[in-house]
Design a protein around this ligand. Sequence first.
Ligand code: 5GP
Length: 112
Amino acid sequence: MATIFTKIINREIPANIVYENEKVIAFKDINPQAPVHILVVPKKEIPTINDITEEDKELIGEMYLAIGKIAKELGIAEEGYRVITNCNEFGGQEVFHIHFHLLGGKKLGTLV
Ligand code: 5GP
């Protein structure tokens, strides 16, 4: 089922887009948890990490390449940052279209 992220990809609702290519889009999180909080999203609708298949291997690589480029563009690559993907209820996933949270711009606390 299409989520809010597909609506952002299709320009049906606005977002502050910081990066886009054929397969990946990245935009600012509406409720940032750090000075830099970007959501990196594949255009393909994959609900959770559990749904990634062999055919998505290259796409997942594209996501990390995009993350590296975005981090450099936003000037956080050298100081460092964190990449998180939540999965299902215990992981705290709210939007069921996989995405990587790119968090940085300050020294982050412990993970949980
Ligand atoms: P999850 O909890 O699924 O890992 O993360 C979903 C993220 O999407 C949350 O950090 C939330 O703030 C963000 N989010 C939810 N709706 C929107 C929206 O309409 N626009 C943007 N830019 N971010 C959203």
